[in-house]
Design a protein around this ligand. Sequence first.
Ligand SMILES: [Fe+2]
Length: 209
Amino acid sequence: MIDIHSHLLPGIDDGVQTEEEAKTMLSLYKSAGITHIVCTPHLANPFVKTNILKIRDSYTWFKTVAGSYGIEAILGSELYIGPEESKFIPFLGKFLLVETSMRVEPLFLLDRIFKLQLEGFIIILAHVERFSWLSVTSPTALRLREMGVYFQVNIQGVENGGADQYFKENWVDFIATDNHGIARRTPVNLEVFYEYPEIMAKTKTIFNL
Ligand SMILES: [Fe+2]
């Protein structure tokens, strides 16, 4: 099983801060039988300070340690789609996790996503249930689906019911943790992955795992 959205690189963004905490997380993933973790530090998020220059080093450390837990770490990013274009790290060559404003629908969102698609990237919209302006009845959601944008929901959104409407529509492509560590957020219940075998199967097919 793969977790495609996490903030586990120590000291890089608002996620895990220490190597110790990262190791604690890895042991939880190991116990839960998760085999792959995509590290997706925030990029271009106006509300989060990301230590971009340290990403590669931190990932090198994390990848080695994850390997000792029998877990494959993959580097990606969570790109905040804002008015300006910015750099990003796709994972597995072509998958790009994106987020945007939680409160206001950005007018440029569809254009920006379409442009990234033309460049060959497969777009995954992170934690769809957290955008207050987005719902299954909004024209933008329908448009995104027509464009082939994948929808990811957070485990937290599965547990609090926020993701329900997307499940009902069969619009959930991925469940992920958006794990920011244990220090400042409630621990993520990794067992939730196994409650949705059909989504797990879909995920494995998409990534050929
Ligand atoms: Fe995130």
